[in-house]
Write a protein that binds this ligand. Structure first.
Ligand code: ATP
Ligand code: MG
Ligand code: ZN
Length: 485
């Protein structure tokens, strides 16, 4: 008969504190208290899913009853073996989600009066403790505060905020952390080596990153990848196979798409979108991957170089996209995509939402943020108030957004000393007032030509000419996106 298949998460459940990865603070504190025999009545383990709470509770239970080692279970003595096999009467595991009533707690209160049978401690592990009802929690209070000396409670929860303060204050609390990507990748590498599995580093890194700090998630995804990576030459985990089987967009395609967007090439962007969707990538996954991509660009733009945060090395991202888009435009790209993700759930056609988002990304380089607009208007206003002539700034489009106030100040400063009258002896204010008067006249006469009907601040249609004297034209030209014809 074939050996029973065991999922990696169960097969590699840590059996000693040293095997518990990424929880160094918890491990060293508990080990110390074991060595010094300072055992609390109750422990509360909290933290994200799949990062070792239940495993640590079991290790602690075994350590308390191990006949040999003082700071960790030996795994060999009768007690250790019985607890591992779930055959010990001294370690009771209770699922808080399905045993959450006062009656369940009452039963525990009756049982604690009987001392342990084989070991030194009778240990109650209550998982998902936040699911206990309020009255069940209240019924527990007295017992966990002053239990018989041989009793130890270990509570585990992913939702610490749902545990009443009265319970928390009676427990020693340990916060479990998300496990770093590098640590998860190392563990997966070791498991591959032990099981004769070939694996590309990039592929293991991808699995580690996707599991967002949860070791259980990493093992589950790993099992799935292993199941489709078996070939004639054994198991070979490859990035391209993962992309193909799980419908994920590769970095090359994302780079290509972002490049066509910064080149304002709508045709190519839509063609690439269609190609990616036709290759079997789900729309939701598409938006998630593209959002992750622009997030990474934003991080790179702000000096982050850590591969585990970016998902790739900074040099792997499209250089032209990085060079063209500044932080404000990258934030806008993220806004567009996050909005798109929220909308597709209620959309008539998620594809339309995705295409709209892609279309918006193709003119991102021309997008102007409200703060940039305000700063430019402020600069224009202050120049007008000084009555000075106004030199247009040639780099308005490429001004780094973070330095806009500085740019505005520089523009104002530039213009400040030049408050001499313009060529024909009139100041800028005079020119502006004259222009307004001319506008008023044409509108009251109601004989304005087509050009005069155009709003003054319209992005694309401000006309120069005798009604817009050159200085005013200059003022308007500092507003990003304003095109003066
Ligand atoms: N810190 C860790 N080191 C090594 N393996 C771990 C770690 N955390 C979790 N695992 C793996 O994930 C599996 C699940 O871990 P465990 O049950 O301890 O998580 P948990 O924190 O109790 O999760 P949940 O909150 O979902 O109950 C384990 O069997 C083990 O394979
Ligand atoms: Mg658990
Ligand atoms: Zn032992």
């Amino acid at each position: 008969m074939a050996a029973r298949y065991e999922v990696t998460a169960s097969k590699y459940r840590p059996k000693t504190f040293d095997e518990l990865a990424g929880q160094e603070f918890v491990v060293s504190t508990i080990k110390n208290s074991l060595v010094n025999s300072q055992i609390a009545h109750a422990y509360l383990f909290s933290g994200p899913r799949g990062c070792g709470k239940t495993s640590a509770a079991r290790i602690l239970a075994r350590s308390l009853n191990c006949e040999k080692a003082p700071n960790g279970p030996c795994g060999l003595c009768d007690n250790c073996r019985a607890i591992t096999q779930g055959a010990s009467m001294d370690v009771i595991e209770i699922d808080g989600a399905s045993n959450n009533s006062v009656n369940d707690v009452r039963q525990i209160k009756d049982e604690v009066l009987f001392p342990p049978q084989a070991g030194k401690y009778k240990v109650y592990i209550i998982d998902e403790v936040h699911m206990l009802s309020t009255s069940a929690f209240n019924a527990l209070l007295k017992t966990i505060e002053e239990p018989p000396p041989y009793i130890c409670f270990i509570f585990a929860t992913t939702e610490l905020h749902k545990v009443p303060a009265t319970i928390k204050s009676r427990c020693q609390q340990f916060n479990f952390r998300l496990i770093p990507v590098e640590t998860i990748q190392e563990i997966l590498k070791k498991i591959c080596a032990e099981n004769n599995i070939q694996a590309e580093d990039d592929a293991l890194f991808w699995i580690a990153r996707e599991s967002t700090g949860s070791m259980r998630d990493a093992f589950t995804l790993f099992d799935q990848v292993v199941s489709f990576s078996a070939g004639a030459n054994g198991i070979n985990i490859r990035s391209d196979l993962i992309r193909e089987k799980l419908g994920i967009i590769g970095l090359e395609k994302l780079n290509e798409l972002s490049l066509s967007c910064v080149e304002n090439d709508g045709q190519k962007s839509f063609a690439l979108t269609d190609e990616i969707l036709a290759s079997g990538v789900a729309i939701e996954q598409f938006v998630i991957d593209l959002t992750g991509y622009y997030r990474s660009l934003l991080l790179v733009k702000n000096g982050v170089t850590r591969e585990s945060l970016l998902g790739y090395r900074p040099s792997q991202f499209c250089a032209k996209t990085l060079e063209t888009l500044d932080s404000i435009r990258l934030e806008q790209a993220l806004d567009i995509l996050l909005d798109c993700y929220r909308n597709i759930r209620y959309s008539v056609s998620p594809r339309f939402d995705l295409e709209t988002a892609i279309s918006k990304l193709t003119w991102l380089t021309k997008w102007v943020s409200p703060i940039e607009l305000k700063n430019s208007i402020d600069a224009a206003k202050s120049a007008l108030a000084r009555g000075g002539s106004f030199a247009p700034s040639s780099n308005t489009q490429t001004v780094e957004p973070r330095s806009v106030p500085a740019a505005a100040a520089a523009v104002a400063e530039n213009t400040a000393p030049k408050t001499q009258p313009s060529g024909d002896g009139r100041s800028l204010t005079d020119e502006f007032q004259k222009m307004l008067a001319a506008k008023e006249k044409t509108s009251t006469n109601n004989n304005a030509d087509d050009d005069d009907d155009v709003p003054m601040w319209n992005n694309t249609s401000i006309k120069s000419g005798k009604e817009n004297p050159p200085q005013v034209e200059n003022v308007l030209s500092v507003i990003p996106g304003t095109v003066i014809s």
